[in-house]
Design a protein around this ligand. Structure first.
Ligand SMILES: [Mg+2]
Length: 247
């Protein structure tokens, strides 16, 4: 933590990895020890950690997994128990599973972690019926729809990357203006809402692209190259950008 001047807070899949440039970005971060990295991912801890290591990215200042449901503090990745407690208070997985058991066209697929219940969904009417049932039962949760895989994930209501990042920066005593965010998909939406400066990589979601605030750079480069592109600009002109941010 000593000597950290800036924070790169980034999604992993599709942003840091998967579109080339991983090695260049890893090297850039290794050369700039004043930049701490916070990883925010839909992956689980073990899964995210091995990926970070395999690409040679820096050890995390903090790692938020399951889209922010859990926070771990680097380098030894101690769980943030206070944060988990907050999520657990209103997380009722058994009630959710009971509620969805009898919805036609919705089939339980399993739980990849304590915070994520996955369902296969037959069609749109079934998707809508599942969402309606959760609301009717008054269950505090969020749903994530993966159209390609026809999969509906149910996660805690407070599982949001931006919310987790706000908590992490406050605990590290870092200011909003010291942080730069990067993402590519819908589950990065609340990261890219304009609280922090940041970048949407070129392979990012079209929906997100249309609704980006001015403080988010739309990089013409994909994946890690896009992150590097945005991060370089941020480091070159943080003061100007800070004014822009305030204004
Ligand atoms: Mg992603």
């Amino acid at each position: 933590m000593a000597g950290i001047k800036w924070v790169l807070a980034s999604d992993i899949d599709g942003t840091l990895v998967g579109h080339g440039g991983e090695g260049e970005l890893a090297q850039f971060l290794a050369d700039h020890g004043e930049i701490g990295v916070v990883y925010l991912t839909g992956r689980t801890r073990a899964n995210a950690t091995s990926l970070i290591q395999s690409y040679g990215f820096p050890e995390p200042l903090a790692l938020a997994t399951d889209i922010g449901a859990d926070v771990f503090w680097g380098p030894d990745l101690q769980a943030d128990e206070a944060w988990a407690f907050q999520q657990r208070r209103e997380w009722a997985p058994r009630r959710i599973m009971r509620a969805l058991e009898t919805v036609d066209g919705v089939s339980y697929q399993g739980r990849s972690s304590h915070w994520r219940i996955a369902y296969g969904v037959r069609d749109y009417p079934a998707l809508s019926a599942a969402r309606t049932r959760l609301v009717q039962e008054g269950l505090a949760c969020r749903t994530l729809w993966d159209e390609e895989e026809s999969r509906l994930d149910v996660v805690p209501r407070g599982a949001l990357k931006g919310r987790a990042l706000k908590h992490i920066l406050a605990r590290l005593n870092l200011r909003t203006q010291q942080c730069f965010v990067a993402g590519d998909a819908e589950n990065d939406g609340d990261l890219l809402q304009g609280r922090w400066r940041g970048v949407l990589v070129a392979n990012g979601s079209i929906d997100l692209k249309e609704h980006l605030p001015a403080v988010i750079w739309r990089s013409p480069f994909e994946g890690a190259y896009g992150v590097l592109d945005g991060l370089r600009q941020f480091l070159e002109e943080p003061i100007m950008m800070e004014r822009e941010y305030v204004g």
